[in-house]
Design a binder for this molecule. Structure first.
Ligand code: ADP
Length: 173
């Protein structure tokens, strides 16, 4: 690891569109392992986001406020460049399944080729949350009826339920 980069500082990147209980769990556990954790909200050019980056920043800032050593930021471009800019030596990712591992392995090898001084660290998803994905949550919010709020509470932090339902109500008044 480079001496200029802090091995006790990790960066967790993702789309977080929106943040789920699975994300919160990985971030909370990462914040216990490392002294400092920066969460980076990236732009995935292949996905049309439901929440703008400003909305995601505000929501995540609210949800993660109790975690004192966690900060949330947006970034453009490659994740490894963002990790380096932050002075961190670790890229933190969560894995839910064998399918995730396959994709993450390719990504971590590419990232190592781009920036060998950055180490990718994986945390296994908590079994209570490993089935949760932002995609699944958007489907529940779109199709659930009167019970939508109650159902969403098992998947996303309480702060996210209202804004998520509002997105679909506005789209289908
Ligand atoms: P990306 O589009 O980069 O995969 P995501 O927002 O989907 O971004 O995920 C960000 C990070 O959180 C990734 O490392 C992903 O594997 C992890 N993650 C996503 N959902 C869960 C979950 N339910 N449990 C644990 N980790 C998760």
């Amino acid at each position: 690891m480079s001496e200029l980069l802090n091995p006790r500082h990790a960066v967790c990147v993702g789309s977080f569109d929106p943040i789920t209980l699975g994300h919160v769990d990985i971030i909370r556990r990462g914040a216990q392992v490392f002294d400092r954790l920066t969460v980076g909200i990236g732009i995935n050019p292949d996905k049309q986001p439901l929440f703008s980056r400003e909305e995601r920043l505000a929501l995540m800032g609210e949800v993660l406020a109790p975690l004192e050593n966690v900060q949330v930021m947006g970034f453009d471009g490659l994740a490894v460049n963002f990790v380096q800019e932050q002075g961190a030596a670790v890229l933190l990712r969560g894995v839910r399944s064998l399918m995730d591992i396959e994709g993450e392995l390719t990504m971590s090898l590419t990232n190592r080729a781009l920036a060998p001084e950055i180490e990718t660290v994986f945390l296994m998803a908590n079994e209570n949350y490993s089935h949760i994905s932002s995609t699944l949550i958007k489907q529940i919010a779109r199709f659930a009826q009167d019970d939508a709020a109650a159902r969403l509470e098992s998947f996303v932090p309480p702060e996210v339920v209202g804004p998520l339902l509002k997105k679909y109500r506005t789209a289908n008044p």
